[in-house]
Ligand binder design. Structure first.
Ligand SMILES: [Zn+2]
Length: 700
């Protein structure tokens, strides 16, 4: 039942889908549909969010199905956000179904529907393509009659992209295997020429590119450099209430998202934190922002692709993102349907350090990969992740990163069966040249972002040029074009002082005692997996995070420069212990963790703290052998074993009362766990750990 394919017919389908009798095509929408339906070629569409990419693939699907082709396969990382689009597909009788981990009970039904050819478009995540069962039972039977293949957020396929995802490598292999007469549509909102070129090599050179203008006509841009976090916190409290509507404040780290939110709320601003560690109410928070029930979400990049609020009043960056593409992608969310919206880039002295950390840890070093492969090659029966931890000195997250990257290689040097990992006979070599080039690119991108901060030219034109948008010209609305600030740089010194106090008060962390030894056989003479309750430490406290704004900087200076911790750290610790913590039971004496490398640093601090608390200081723990620095030990098993039989405790007659155990730094908690067990075994009362700084970077 072939119907005539014409622009008029397609336009009436568009109006039906949008439920809007006067809707018209956006520039190049019709061209895109025509390319896919009548020329059946491969097409890359680079158009800003809101341009209507989903209309292109829904209309093309409907028209291709009318011509008798098989179903469309759409790969998108954003399925959860596509509910509204699926409704508009239904209005033009395009039956869209999705297969994901939450609708397993429907898989059988969907498989049958696919076989009966009543599904028009199947939406899946890139991760789904990695699933063997899915590939064999659902994809293979329909593979030879796919009518259209769509890759949403196609920049993820590029190693050079700002958001590379290993799972996208599978897409590349599928596309290369597709017959050339099957149309392919790749879409993205942000891709510079380098990414476009990369997508082109992966999709084949006969790829047509349709690229629209990226500049946002309602967005007013301004940059404000305020080195200290306290200054930026004060600035936000004073100027946020004057900004129109609701918006997003982007932070680089989860911790800053949480802490800044607490500060804004304490100052009476209705803000909420949003980041990847939130497990539950993310959708609720998105809804609250969509309905202007919040002034701002304080978000990490977890609030990313696919979040769509046309009337977003402002996007403020609390810290500078790693690249211009990231920045454009985030700031470009503001004001798509407003006549005026703000994009303000705040920046501080910590930005560079954080983005450098991200660059350096993005790819696992060669040694990590070698260690994992060596361990797997030696284990004929395979290894679980926990067994790998015993063989390899890597953190769980590092192991996961290595395995994930190895899994996506073709052919892969590892395989997985149930929860066991095996080495395959593949001789694998990492392409280090490529990784080094990638790192170099990331540093160049960081540098370009620094240049954006200081540029005197039109800010929008700078962004457009960096994104290779040929139509970039001066906007006439940004702080550079107007040659005056849109929003004053000013804030009250007093409020900045409050902000600094807030930072210091809110840097405290709780130390939860470990309850288990690293193996089920026990540890260093202690039997069994569980640490006996009478040997465990009590809950403890840490004053701050290492190097963090506030106390963290002072701790770092004491350890790395002065060789002595400042008296103000003693005062702050006393304040925290007596007012903030109020430990129960109350400690009656003080001791400390010894060190052979810095024999006086911690005892000197512990002694001053003991005097201030009016308690006896009894340094009765001895280090009896040298150990590797704990920070070089990467997982639990290695950390604990590095400390086996390293300490001895000499009995003291007053020790049966509760004791405050002092250390300067805390990381894995094994040192204090082992010392607490030794102290309890020697007859001490409950052990209350206290440390100056926690070293875990917690940057994600
Ligand atoms: Zn401008």
């Amino acid at each position: 039942m072939n119907k005539p394919f014409s622009k008029d017919n397609t336009l009436s389908l568009l109006r039906q889908a949008l439920n809007n009798p006067t809707a018209t095509f956006h520039s190049e929408q019709w061209e895109a549909i025509e390319t896919l339906v009548s020329r059946r070629t491969r097409l890359l569409v680079v158009q800003r969010t809101g341009w209507g990419k989903s209309m292109v693939y829904f209309l093309a699907t409907r028209l291709l199905r009318e011509q008798g082709t098989g179903p469309t396969l759409l790969v998108s990382p954003l399925l959860a956000l596509m509910r509204n689009q699926i409704e508009s597909a239904q209005r033009i009788n395009v039956k869209a179904v999705t297969i994901n981990s939450t609708n397993r009970n429907e898989w059988q039904k969907i498989t049958e529907q696919l076989q009966r050819d009543v599904v028009d478009i199947l939406l899946i995540s890139p991760e789904r393509l990695a699933n063997d069962e899915f590939r064999e039972t659902m994809l293979l039977p329909v593979a030879d009659r796919i009518g259209l293949f769509v890759v949403d957020e196609a920049h993820c396929i590029s190693d050079w992209g700002h958001d590379f995802r290993p799972d996208y490598r599978r897409i590349k292999r599928i596309i290369q295997a597709l017959p050339l007469n099957i149309p392919v549509l790749a879409t993205t909102a942000t891709a510079n020429n380098r990414v476009v070129a990369d997508v082109q090599t992966q999709f084949g050179q006969n790829l047509t590119v349709l690229r629209g203008p990226l500049a946002r006509t309602s967005l007013q841009l301004q940059n404000i450099h305020l080195p200290s976090q306290a200054a930026r916190m004060a600035w936000l409290v004073e100027h946020l209430p004057q900004l129109p509507g609701s918006g997003i404040i982007y932070t680089l780290t989860v911790r800053d998202s949480q802490r800044l939110t607490e500060w804004l709320r304490a100052c009476g601003i209705n803000a909420h934190a949003y980041h990847g560690e939130l497990k539950e109410n993310r959708e609720e928070l998105e809804q609250a922002l969509l309905h202007n029930q919040l002034k701002a979400l304080v978000a990490t990049s977890a609030l990313g692709m696919g979040f769509d609020k046309p009337d977003l009043g402002f996007v403020i960056h609390y810290q500078r993102p790693g690249s211009v593409v990231h920045y454009y992608q985030q700031v470009g969310r503001a004001g798509r349907a407003l006549s005026q919206a703000y994009g303000i880039l705040l920046s501080g002295e910590e930005d560079q350090h954080i983005t450098r950390y991200f660059i350096e840890t993005a790819f696992p070093p060669q040694t990590h990969i070698n260690e994992v492969l060596t361990a797997l090659n030696q284990a004929e029966k395979g290894l679980t992740i926990s067994q790998l931890e015993q063989h390899v000195n890597l953190r769980r997250s590092q192991l996961d990163k290595v395995l994930k990257i190895l899994m996506t290689e073709t052919p892969s040097p590892v395989s997985k069966d149930g929860n066991l990992w095996f080495a395959t006979p593949v001789n694998y070599r990492v392409d280090w040249n490529k990784i080094e080039n990638l790192k170099k690119t990331r540093y160049q991108e960081q540098q370009r972002m620094t240049e954006y901060l200081h540029t005197k030219e039109c800010l929008m034109a700078f962004l457009a040029r960096e994104l290779d948008d040929p139509q970039g010209e001066s906007c006439g609305r940004c702080a550079s074009c107007l040659q005056k600030p849109l929003i004053p740089f000013t804030f009250s010194e007093q409020r900045a002082t409050f902000a600094m106090q807030f930072l210091m008060q809110h840097s405290t962390q709780v130390i939860e005692p470990r309850k288990q030894w690293p193996t089920k056989e026990g540890f260093a003479g202690w039997q069994g997996k569980n640490i006996a309750p009478k040997l465990r430490a009590e809950q403890g406290r840490v004053l701050c995070l290492w190097g963090d704004a506030g106390w963290g900087e002072l701790v770092k200076r004491g350890k790395q420069q002065d060789g002595r911790f400042d008296d103000s750290l003693v005062t702050a610790s006393v304040e925290l212990i007596q007012r903030g913590w109020q430990p129960n039971p109350v400690p009656r004496w003080v001791t400390c963790v010894p060190s052979l490398n810095h024999p006086t640093l911690v005892p000197d601090f512990a002694q001053r703290l003991a005097i201030a608390l009016n308690l006896p200081f009894v340094p009765l723990i001895r280090k009896i052998r040298h150990t590797h620095p704990q920070k070089e030990m990467q997982n639990s098993y290695q950390q604990a074993h590095n400390l086996a039989n390293a300490f001895a405790v000499e009995p003291w007659q007053g020790m049966q009362q509760a004791v405050l155990l002092i250390d300067d730094m805390i990381d894995s908690r094994w040192t204090l766990t082992i010392i607490a067990a030794l102290l309890r075994q020697t007859g001490s009362g409950p052990v209350l750990p206290f440390a100056l700084a926690m070293t875990t970077p917690n940057l994600n």
